[in-house]
Ligand binder design. Structure first.
Ligand code: HEM
Length: 595
């Protein structure tokens, strides 16, 4: 075994050496744009920008403009981009030149298989063609009842939390109880995505439910973050070793007696991937069998399990795949890849957005009250008997809004949009050039020598950071109050004002003119699902529960103060001294809304 280990670490050393060589060769192609001084000989500007660097990421764009040279690890130079014209060029016009980077793609392939976030070029295009119609508005409309059932379960779980803590009924209305809502939001997002996308009954909101697959999915995101350190080596190993040797290396690296935390993390990820893989295979087989048994008429949407299963996206995708031409058809490996990718892409992103929306409403009680009035008003209208709706009441008799009403409530829409704009779940992304290229700028920046330039030239293999946050906070298009949370800005379209557009200049995002879900053919395919879920959860919780920022004092007299930490995602933590500043928590003070 010692020999095997030696080989394993030998290959790792070779990989590190190749990495250093590659980075050294890039020195010859220095970027000619201005940017901040290097802050650390090895870490460059990486730490201050990307380890809890929300404000720094905004400040750099405000100081240097929409294309900035930043210093990455080991002396490498990256381009930090947020200019609207540049982003359109990079993400839409010449997307084939500005691709996802090798590390991202290779790691995704290992973890998720052949899904959308692991493929490039023609294969990616073919997958998008199959999947785009699955996320159509008419399919979302069909899915809403599934989401509504889960939102109501979430509401019941939170309300029972209040009941458990306040013994007397009158106290439940008067007294506030502090609850960490984050685990509940995360469970409800998991149920939404499992039921809506896979048609798999995860029952994560049922805390008594022990399900290996659901647990694995919950741990997936954090486990990937913990093993980021391996990411740069994966493409090198993938390029230079056959599948046999790659498997052998993973075996050596995950042998149980290697004691370090990094290896433990790696083993944990491997275990999660194995569980995910076998569960996805079982679900795929089950869905296939159900489809073969069901009637071929497209109108049939009922099955033995309660009438909703075949409305899930997986079933829709399988039906579309079966009836497509052989050239367009996705292989089983690709179908399995999509299942894994959807869960990963839709889980933490939506949880983070929902958590932020509730936090912002807790921070702005007046907006919360106005929104509650809007939702309750819509529900009251909805209870009028002649209104045409198919799912107006749930089993507890509460009103449910139809898809069209839910998606068109003006203030709900404004709150969701403003939250997603200001606090995008994925604040930055990376890209790499496949060949030398140049792109134009909307707003000129300075070159390294101080001249004004309106285009940037980049060499092959140049790394870029797409700054979604800097784009969404850009004062040149959003106005001077760009960094303030003002849902009102979305209510002015009737006055002829388009939010995010100034003098005809705007970002070309798929969702309004913000970059939260990106643009181009790698943009978020699930944004309609995310928007519907966030709106439905808010519309279900607010009529029943009032949310406020924490105000209880602990034994030392400290009140919990929430800080949103930016590390890949935006995560709420409780600041010291009331919290550890590390563990994700979102304690909010809750009380029942009096009927
Ligand atoms: C608030 C919630 C969400 C946000 C902010 C978000 C944002 C994004 C962004 C920025 C990308 C581009 C990533 C890149 O290019 O590297 C992306 C891609 C993607 N998203 Fe989302 N997303 C959300 C929810 C969802 C949901 C609910 C699903 C699925 C049901 C989903 C599925 C995907 C997929 C499959 C991709 C890859 C698309 C491709 O490469 O072609 N996302 N998302």
């Amino acid at each position: 075994m010692a020999f095997a280990q030696l080989i394993g670490y030998g290959v790792l050393t070779l990989a590190v050496w190749k990495l250093i060589q590659r980075r050294a060769s890039k020195k010859a192609n220095a970027l000619d744009v201005a940017g901040p001084e290097k802050e650390h000989w090895c870490k460059g500007n990486m730490e201050s920008m990307f380890v809890d660097g929300f404000q720094r990421c905004l400040d750099i764009a405000a100081e240097y403009g929409g294309a900035v040279k930043i210093h990455a690890l080991f002396g490498e130079e990256w381009l930090y981009v947020s200019d609207p014209r540049a982003l359109h060029h990079i993400l839409v016009k010449e997307q084939h030149i500005f691709e996802e980077n090798d590390g991202f793609l290779s790691c995704n392939k290992l973890v998720f298989g052949d899904g959308l976030i692991s493929t490039l070029g023609e294969q990616h295009r073919k997958q998008r063609k199959m999947l785009n119609p699955v996320f159509s508005t008419s399919n979302m409309r069909e899915l809403l009842p599934i989401i509504q059932t889960i939102s109501h379960q979430l509401k019941s779980a939170l309300v029972s939390n209040l009941s458990a803590r306040s013994e007397h009924d009158h106290a439940r209305y008067r007294e506030s109880v502090e609850v960490d809502v984050l685990p509940w939001l995360s469970r409800s997002s998991l149920d939404c995505i499992c039921e809506g996308v896979l048609g798999y009954h995860s029952a994560a909101l049922d805390t008594g439910n022990e399900d290996e697959y659901t647990d694995a999915l919950r741990m997936l995101g954090p486990s990937i973050t913990k093993t980021m350190i391996f990411r740069p080596f994966v493409p090198i190993v993938t390029r230079n070793c056959s599948l046999y040797w790659r498997k052998k290396m993973v075996d050596w690296l995950t042998i149980s007696w290697l004691p370090t935390q990094t290896m433990r993390n790696f083993r944990e990820l491997r275990h999660i991937v194995e569980i995910m893989d076998s569960a996805s295979r079982a679900i795929l087989q089950e869905k296939r069998a159900a489809l073969q048994l069901s009637s071929p008429t497209p109108s049939q949407t009922h099955d033995t399990s309660g009438g909703t299963r075949e409305k899930d996206m997986m079933s829709i995708m399988l039906r579309a795949n079966a009836s497509s031409s052989e050239v367009d058809r996705l292989s089983d490996a690709e179908l399995l890849g999509q299942m894994n990718v959807m869960i990963f892409a839709g889980l933490e992103t939506t949880t983070a957005a929902l958590a932020r929306a509730l936090y912002m409403l807790a921070k702005h009680p007046q907006v919360q009250e106005q929104l509650r009035t809007e939702i309750c008003g819509a529900m009251a209208v909805y209870e009028v008997p002649d209104v045409d709706h198919s799912h107006a009441k749930d089993e507890s008799g509460s009103a449910r809004l139809s898809y069209d009403v839910l998606m068109n409530l003006p203030l709900l829409n404004a709150v969701v949009r403003e939250t997603l704009r200001l606090y995008p779940s994925l604040p930055v992304l990376t890209r790499r050039t496949t060949e030398a290229a140049s792109f134009p700028l909307q707003f000129p920046v300075r070159s390294a020598s101080g001249e004004k330039i309106d285009a940037v030239h980049v060499a092959k293999n140049q790394r870029l950071v797409i700054s979604i946050i800097a784009a969404n906070h850009n004062q040149a298009v959003w106005g001077e109050d760009a960094s303030e949370w003002k849902p009102d800005r979305w209510l002015k379209s009737s006055e002829g004002v388009t939010p995010g557009e100034k003098d005809g200049v705007k970002y070309s995002g798929v969702y309004s003119s913000m970059m939260t879900f990106l643009t181009g053919n790698r943009s978020c395919i699930g944004f309609k699902f995310a928007e519907m879920e966030i709106k439905d959860v808010l519309a279900t919780l607010l009529p029943a529960i009032h949310f406020a920022l924490p105000s209880e004092r602990d034994d030392n007299g400290n009140v919990k103060e929430i800080h949103w930490k930016m590390s890949g995602f935006h995560t709420p933590v409780v600041k010291a001294p009331a919290g550890d500043g590390e563990t994700p928590h979102l304690p909010l003070s809750m009380r029942l809304v009096r009927e």
